[in-house]
Design a protein around this ligand. Structure first.
Ligand SMILES: Nc1ncnc2c1ncn2[C@@H]1O[C@H](COP(=O)(O)OP(=O)(O)OP(=O)(O)O)[C@@H](O)[C@H]1O
Ligand SMILES: [Mg+2]
Length: 237
């Protein structure tokens, strides 16, 4: 039992490291853009001062903009820190709040990859569990959807995230139009180390981990089905 538990902890750790790598890439992208804008604001002050057209208003405007950007940069670090901390105990949390926070991390990266995210949140549900692990599971599903879309030749790529209460439970679905999961392997995708990705690209543990995380939360459930050319992952907690 202990050996199993240790193995599981190692997998949680590995999963978190992969997800953190992705998030870090996304944050780096956001930071670079913000730093570019800050650079422009500062250069503008320099240019205007050289040609003696620097007035107080321009200084004020630029200072305010730069401070806004700094605040945003600092916020992304705080968000990242919360995400990377393991949950110590079960706490009450709001499903949609965690969804929004997770989407914020990948939003810009996905837009950059030509993928639009449509969210449809009907009503928030409060549950008791491990919010950071829950967020990690969501992130894994989103990254898988992204991977499927990047591989596919679909023109108009989208991921739809919907959240609503159903019969007293919170239901979240993540659907992508990347072609769906191949019916020949759909029964195996939650197995540990099952992957269809190229060697070195995927470990195949993310869905296994996500299922574990979800099903440890109040006897939750994670399942998949294809709807036409779309893959739909459904979380019930
Ligand atoms: N949205 C999806 N559309 C189509 N196939 C999917 C989708 N999500 C998962 N799959 C299939 O399930 C397999 C297992 O997914 P899983 O996340 O466990 O591992 P992986 O993505 O291959 O690698 P990693 O562990 O690095 O995430 C994938 O290799 C892919 O074949
Ligand atoms: Mg994956």
């Amino acid at each position: 039992m202990e050996e199993l538990r240790n193995k599981e902890l190692l997998l949680v750790h590995q999963g978190r490291m992969t997800a953190m790598g992705e998030m870090l890439a996304n944050i780096a992208h956001q930071w670079r853009q913000s730093l570019n804008v800050m650079g422009l604001l500062i250069q503008q002050l320099g240019l205007f001062s050289e040609s003696d057209c620097l007035d107080k208003q321009l200084v004020d405007v630029n200072v305010e903009k730069a401070m806004g950007i700094l605040k945003h940069l600092s916020q992304t670090i705080d968000d990242f820190r919360t995400f990377s901390e393991p949950d110590r105990e079960k706490i009450p949390f709001r499903i949609n709040q965690v969804l929004e926070k997770t989407l914020k991390f990948v939003g810009e990266l996905f837009t950059h990859q030509g993928i639009s995210i449509k969210s449809d949140f009907v009503q928030d549900s409060q549950v008791t569990g491990f919010p950071n692990e829950f967020s990690q599971a969501l992130l894994n599903l989103l990254l898988n959807a992204r991977d499927a879309l990047v591989e596919s030749r679909t023109g108009n790529k989208w991921i739809k995230v919907s959240s609503r209460p159903e019969n007293g439970r919170a239901v979240v679905t993540i659907t992508d139009n990347g072609g769906g999961v191949d019916e020949n392997i759909i029964d195996k995708i939650f197995d540990p180390y099952f992957t269809t990705k190229k060697l070195g690209k995927g470990s195949g543990i993310e869905l296994f981990m996500s299922k574990n995380i979800i099903e440890r939360n109040r006897g939750g459930h994670l399942s998949v089905r294809n709807i036409k050319k779309c893959a739909e992952f459904r979380i019930e907690v």
